[in-house]
Design a protein around this ligand. Structure first.
Ligand code: GAP
Length: 434
């Protein structure tokens, strides 16, 4: 791993990618806010996933289900009974630990005696309506997947899809995590990008293999280095209660290889259980065999925040160019938060500033374009490189006469003179439909 977590955390804070939530009040543990550039990057990750899943295929539809769901959903899914960590408390320093992560039977901080383990459900609770009573208790969803299962019938009726088909969803999920740290890697509020892919039972293993490969390649296609990503099959003992088999796509984070995305074979567990408990028919009429079947499900489930962190890490490099440090985020062009920056070479020449502002206004509209006139050109370039801006457009004295500007490419650092009247089209072609 070439970059350490502290370098990324400080870059994220300094340049407005990610901040700690409620920082002015001392912060809220393991909850994060995305700043202006972080928001662009995160939106780009989600857009790319949505494009790959929904727009570039004809077998997947989208869904945007609510975060609050009927509490029975979580009983049926197994989360009320099974989504738990076993915790122990130190009797001396009162700190709390996950039992499964302890190497010895003493407190790792002060060597004090530990309590007996107690189970702790990771779901956040809240209340609907005016009464704060047990009867009104609901959970904030710990995964987006269940919204898809409980809407299976609605989606099938409306879209008339034939097997195999999938439903994709991006949205917030909440877990009251105990082991936190490592920046956004394990957050209490985070976003998931989940696909539930419904198949005929006998074809499910084939589709499982397909999605493991497809998702693995996706990360590499958009900037994850092949030496920093690998697949790991779950042992039988670590499989989630719903999974028949599972692969993790792991990324070499600074703290070691850790899960970026899981691809699970959920068999017919969810549809069968929801059907049994709700009393609703959640099956599919197979016109080929004239039989009602319960489809099997393959689920690629990725974390948006972990993907953002991994893309940031693998885009980062620092090198010396003519004696000066050049920090660079060489994001894939679809991910770069800012596509173009317009920079006047001389900020005290009104005609240059005027032309630069006109160009900025002309380019705005379809992607993020920024304007910066607050430093010398060398510094402006370095600032844009550090956030991964694809093209810097510089307006200089000559531009006033020849009506041309200099376009500098982030990756090659090559500069080209382009006519102002051709600039928008030139960049449109370079961005190739983004
Ligand atoms: N529906 C299946 C499911 O939720 P999971 O492995 O628990 O499976 C899927 O979560 C993905 O969600 C993980 O691979 C990870 O990227 C992300 N994720 C899970 N917990 C997270 C957390 N506390 N903070 C950030 N991302 C998390």
């Amino acid at each position: 791993m070439s970059v350490d977590m502290n370098t990324i955390i400080s870059l994220c804070k300094r340049r407005g990618f990610i901040f700690q939530s409620s920082e002015i009040y001392g912060g809220l543990g393991s909850v994060w806010d995305y700043g202006p550039l972080g928001t662009e990057l995160k939106n780009n990750v989600k857009r790319l996933w949505w494009k790959s899943m929904v727009y570039q295929r004809d077998d997947i539809e989208g869904l945007d289900a609510a975060i609050l769901m009927h509490p029975n959903v979580w009983k049926t899914s197994g989360h009320v009974a099974g989504f738990k960590d076993m915790l122990v408390d130190c009797k001396s320093c009162k700190k709390r630990f996950r039992q499964d992560l302890l190497k010895e039977k003493k407190c790792p901080e002060c060597k004090g005696e530990l309590t007996e383990p107690r189970s702790f459900n990771l779901m956040f609770k809240t209340f609907v309506g005016a009464l704060e009573s047990g009867a009104n208790e609901v959970y904030l969803r710990p995964e987006t997947a269940q919204g898809i299962f409980v809407n299976f019938k609605n989606i099938l009726a409306g879209s008339r899809k034939k097997l195999p088909f999938g439903v994709a969803q991006i949205g917030k999920a909440f877990r009251n995590e105990i082991t936190t740290g490592n920046f956004t890697f394990r957050s209490r509020e985070f976003e998931q990008m989940e696909l539930e892919y419904f198949t005929r039972p006998e074809e499910s293993d084939k589709w499982f293999k397909y999605w493991v490969n497809e998702r693995f390649e996706w990360y590499k296609r958009f900037g994850i280095k092949k030496e920093n990503i690998k697949l790991r099959e779950h042992g039988k003992e670590e499989l989630a209660h719903y999974a028949k088999s599972c692969y993790d796509i792991e990324f070499r984070f600074p703290m070691g290889w850790s899960e970026l995305e899981g691809i699970a074979h959920r068999s017919d567990f969810d549809l069968r259980e929801h059907s049994k408990i709700s009393g609703q028919k959640l099956s599919y009429f197979d016109e080929e065999t004239k039989k009602e079947i319960i489809p099997h499900v393959v689920e690629p489930s990725g974390g948006v925040d972990r993907a953002v962190l991994a893309f940031l890490m693998d885009a980062y490099s620092a090198e010396k160019v003519r004696g000066e440090k050049r920090a660079l985020l060489s994001f894939h062009k679809a991910l770069a938060p800012v596509k173009v920056a317009v920079l006047p070479l001389l900020r005290n020449r009104p005609e240059i500033v005027k032309l630069a502002k006109e160009i900025h206004k002309d380019l705005m509209g379809d992607y993020k374009v920024s304007y910066d006139a607050t430093a010398s050109i060398g510094r402006l370039y370095r600032r844009q490189d550090e956030i991964g801006t694809l093209y810097c457009v510089t307006v200089d004295v000559e531009s006033l006469d020849d009506k041309k500007v200099t376009v500098r490419d982030r990756d090659t650092m090559k500069q080209e003179r382009i006519g102002v009247d051709r600039l928008k089209e030139y960049i449109r072609v370079k961005l190739n439909g983004l």
